[in-house]
Design a protein around this ligand. Structure first.
Ligand SMILES: [Zn+2]
Length: 356
């Protein structure tokens, strides 16, 4: 959610011109759909934009401009920025402070969105909106709805309550029930370019060029992820230090005793919250070792280029491919809810195979 201090509306967002243009067109036409689905990787501003859109739907300033009362000298300028909520009117201020009774946020409780959350939502929707012109229900990570919750939501979407807009966010449409997807107007969000992320890390967060390059490369288009990887962020674990430690361990694993190898698996399992980052880091590093011999200029862990070079000279393609596969198998097993410790043990045993 944007802060109160310098509210810049849609203008403060990078690289999302296309979705913002689509949303502006919807506002200009005044025909707000019943349901929209925002898709794209985590941390690219889907929820922020959903909140700004909720503000724009209810902003008295936006309404004034669209009502045709735009015969002011600066109206050409205003018209271009017309979809931007003012951030100052009563409705905008309530939404900004998270106190608007008609803006309802549903997010996963633990790992899933439960049926009870959707049932409670249904009950509250029987009433008309309290004060909003458009009531907005934001369902974050909608792909985390279990089947029952998804079906309950589908029932509401089939007979949507008046003056109510649902905004669902998800990574991919394929993670949702097709029947839900077909009820929503889909808006795709672009990953932020590596260059832009790098620039923000350097300019706004004072991160060094090398670190910014490494974090931006591993961020997969998500500024939030880049910030979590970049070092020196107060209150955040530095994934960059974790990455360096992991790389070190993986290199010496083949020379280790079986008990040290299993202890490594145990350490990874203890950091359960970072397991998807951990596996992604391992995979990216191993992939760099593989591609170094063909296209050294496109490796991702550029700050570790000299280590990658020497590792790549010591190993064979078969050996490194088998290690990448071991990580991919672990990723799939964990997604499928397999036993974490066992999965990691099997993975590290393959990673500990001789490198030659
Ligand atoms: Zn406003």
């Amino acid at each position: 959610m944007p802060g109160n201090e310098a509210f810049s509306g849609f203008d403060g967002l990078l690289n999302q011109r296309q979705p913002i243009r689509t949303l502006s067109a919807i506002l200009a036409k005044g025909s707000i759909p019943h349901a929209m689905l925002f898709t794209g990787v985590d941390g690219i501003g889907k929820l922020t934009i959903a909140n700004i859109f909720a503000m724009a739907c209810n902003c008295s300033e936006v309404a004034r401009v669209y009502s045709g009362n735009i015969d002011e000298p600066h109206n050409t300028h205003r018209e271009r920025k017309v979809s931007n909520p003012c951030g100052k009117c009563r409705s905008c201020r309530k939404i900004l402070s998270g106190n608007h009774p008609d803006i309802i946020n549903i997010e996963p409780s633990g790992l899933i969105i439960k049926i009870i959350q959707i049932r409670e939502l249904c009950n509250s929707l029987i009433l008309k909106p309290y004060e909003a012109k458009v009531r907005v229900i934001l369902i974050s990570d909608a792909h985390k709805m279990n089947k029952e919750a998804g079906n309950a939501l589908l029932k509401i979407l089939e007979e949507p309550p008046e003056r109510t807009l649902f905004v669902l966010t998800a990574t991919h449409t394929s993670d949702l029930l097709p029947t839900i997807v077909s009820r929503c107007q889909q808006i795709r969000f672009n990953p932020v370019s590596r260059k832009n992320i790098e620039k923000i890390l350097i300019d706004n967060h004072g991160i060094s060029e090398d670190e910014a390059f490494a974090a931006a490369s591993m961020a997969n288009g998500s500024l939030a992820r880049a910030l979590s990887i970049a070092p020196g962020k107060v209150g955040r674990v530095s994934l960059n230090n974790w990455r360096k430690w992991l790389v070190n361990e993986v290199e010496i694993l083949p020379s280790r005793s079986m008990s040290s190898v299993l202890a490594f698996a145990e350490k990874l399992a203890e950091k359960k919250a970072y397991i998807s980052d951990t596996l992604e880091i391992l995979k990216t590093y191993l992939r760099d070792i593989l591609i170094y011999r063909y296209s050294p200029e496109i490796i991702i862990n550029i700050d570790l280029a000299s280590r990658i070079k020497s590792f790549s000279q010591k190993t064979t393609v078969e050996s490194i491919v088998s290690k990448i596969e071991a990580v991919q198998v672990a990723q799939r097993s964990i997604t499928a809810n397999a036993n974490l410790k066992l999965t990691l043990e099997l993975m590290v045993m393959r990673l500990a195979n001789p490198i030659g």
